[in-house]
Design a protein around this ligand. Structure first.
Ligand code: ADP
Ligand code: MG
Length: 341
């Protein structure tokens, strides 16, 4: 039997391969693998939407600097973010836990205290889960169930040529937060007498340790009756999410560097760390902001009602996925999936 290495196909390649042999058998399964959530039709005016996201110790978090309460909060927020990406509302959560005897009951309760705060914040009910032992650290796997009005659902594959590309919030801060935490960990490991220098990095640390799903924006869209043509949440970095929208919609894109939103602290910290701020924004990941597209005729109207940032435009030519730099040069955008393997 042929052996293909995971590192050769990557995350997206693996999912594509697994998807090939999966057929949807039930009429109620409207959307399977490929979007932020699976979509199920229960015969009402709403679709049920479902997503699963897993956090693994040493891959997604390092307990030497991640407080357990924040971890619980983040585990819920990143799942709710996938519901937001479909323009939906979360309703229930189930929690799968794999733990070793390294953890006390109090430690697990601390994770749940964070989950409770997030559940209250996003108005979701924790309705079940599964608990098992683990020999290799802590694993939290969460599934979230939500709903979206059928005529308001936003997929990844429905962006159209000339659509305006927008993002919420700012990008790259979570990535720089991670760099700050890693630097202080190394300083501490080389000299435990040293106190971590985290003062002044509050915003970056908050973005890394306690991200928010942009449900506030989804509620705002709903109130104003505005529906994007396509949407995805930014978990792996803008470049990779843009690729998902473009490849699935069969379109290209041009992004303007000068329009990309970055917080001043993210920018300055990146410079201090000798990291290109553009790399933070394009490939940083874990921002959990939303990337979405609008029909240009609606965009001008929408702009009057909600505070959004246009960063580029969808192109008909699907072979072009490019960035126009501040200096005016055009460079191809590279998809950087996740690199855990
Ligand atoms: P997101 O970043 O929005 O959480 P992912 O990149 O994790 O999405 O997943 C992309 C798509 O692939 C989703 O539709 C997800 O349900 C599906 N998927 C991911 N892993 C698996 C798996 N092991 N088996 C089946 N489907 C999967
Ligand atoms: Mg997603």
């Amino acid at each position: 039997m042929q052996r293909t290495e995971l590192k050769d196909v990557g995350e997206f390649g693996l999912i594509e391969r697994l998807k090939k042999n999966i057929n949807l058998q039930n009429k109620s399964s409207i959307k399977g693998i490929g979007d932020d959530c699976a979509v199920i039709d229960n015969g009402t005016d709403f679709y049920t939407i479902i997503s699963t996201d897993m956090l693994v110790e040493k891959i997604h978090f390092d307990l030497s600097y991640v407080p357990l309460r924040h971890l619980g909060y983040k585990a819920i927020a990143v799942n709710v973010s996938d519901i937001a990406a479909m323009n939906g509302t979360p309703e229930q959560i189930t929690v799968g836990l794999a733990i070793s005897n390294r953890f006390s009951i109090e430690a697990i309760e601390e994770i749940y205290a964070g989950m409770k705060i997030a559940c209250d914040n996003y108005k979701v009910d924790l309705v079940g889960g599964d608990t098992t032992s683990s020999t290799s650290g802590l694993i939290i796997s969460i599934s979230v169930i939500g709903k979206v009005q059928k005529n308001k659902i936003t997929y990844r594959n429905t962006a159209k040529p000339n659509d305006v590309i927008c993002v919420t919030g700012d990008l790259g801060a979570a990535y720089m937060g991670l760099h700050v935490l890693e630097r202080e960990k190394q300083v501490y490991q080389s000299n435990p007498e040293m106190q971590p220098e985290l003062v002044g990095f509050d915003y970056l640390l908050q973005r890394q340790l306690k991200p928010e799903a942009r449900m506030d924006f989804i509620h705002e869209l709903n109130e104003k009756n505005i529906i994007p043509t396509a949407m995805i949440d930014i978990s792996d970095g803008l470049a990779s999410e843009l690729f998902h929208i473009c490849t699935q919609s069969g379109v290209g894109a041009l992004i303007m560097e000068e329009n990309l939103p970055i917080d001043q602290l993210t920018y300055q910290t990146a410079i201090d760390f000798h990291i290109d701020p553009l790399t933070c924004m394009m490939n940083g990941g874990e921002d959990y902001e939303l990337l979405f597209t609008f029909n240009p005729n609606h965009y001008e109207k929408i702009r009057k009602y909600i505070d959004i940032i246009a960063i580029g435009k969808i192109l008909e030519d699907k072979s072009i996925i490019q960035l126009q730099s501040k200096a005016g040069t055009i460079v191809p955008i590279k998809a950087q999936g996740w690199k855990h393997f």
